[in-house]
Ligand binder design. Sequence first.
Ligand code: FMN
Length: 302
Amino acid sequence: MDSKKEINRKISVAPMMDCTDRHDRFFLRLMSKNVMLYTEMVATKSAIHGDRKKILSFSPEEKPLALQVGGSNKDELAEVAKIGEDMGYDEININLGCPSKKVQKNKFGADDVEDFDYLNNFIRQMRDAGTQTFILHARKAMLSGLSPKQNLNIPKLNYKMVYDIKKANPDLEIIINGGITKISEINDHMKFCDGVMVGRSIYQNPYFLVEIEKEIFNTPDSPSREEVVKKLLEYLDNEVKKGTKVNHIMRHTVGLYHGQIGSKEWKRYLSDNMMAKDSDFQKAKHIMRIVQNNEKANQVSS
Ligand SMILES: Cc1cc2nc3c(=O)[nH]c(=O)nc-3n(C[C@H](O)[C@H](O)[C@H](O)COP(=O)(O)O)c2cc1C
């Protein structure tokens, strides 16, 4: 599909189940044009037998966009890769590192091993099969005793092993992931790897993307949070007309004022008005008042 040179993978937003759906990705794109975005993991069987439009469709604005697939049957993986390519995805990413019980049962999950040679041999086998880009979450999963959530926090991060993989395979594109929360950390990792993938720090604080655009991509113009919400409301209006529920879009914006004055008010407003299953678009119209108040309060304080 794409050669590694065509896609800018300097910074990407990690695939996150129940988080990086198409509405979240549209919202994130309003703050960053340059990051690479990923879908939530899609099981091969759902992509083949399920409601394909519902599961795989996306807005053109979300691109560049990777489809993440999970499965252990190579014919099914190939079929879904072809479906993804035909639908216009820019990359097909295979999930090989999930520690959940369900994924283990389906035999495409994480391995309980932390050994350089083992990982390096595995990567070289995939390189020989044609893969150029590898995204490495820098910690091993412990398959017994820890939940998937604990596996994202408890096993110690081992960034050095990822750097060593890059050193041993300079021809491959190696992206590092896990626990990265600051621009300074991104810059440090970029000295040793080709790109950085960030998950939770962006989902919990999506406006971090504006800082990433400014500091990493040198983008001169930054949208204010007010501008972001205005554009999201246009999207919301269109989507609601097509039958999308207000809460399915607005739930992703909870962290928009993370660390700002007005964060509490924003969250309260969302939970009082926009999080119920039957929230309607009329309520969204008052949202700009909260946004403008927050904008003023933060200007005064800075
Ligand atoms: C809520 C949640 C859902 C996730 N879902 C996926 C997934 O569908 N596919 C995947 O490869 N990784 C998934 N992950 C792992 C992330 O992609 C990422 O590797 C991990 O969160 C570490 O990066 P971070 O410390 O920057 O969050 C998920 C993580 C979280 C927190």
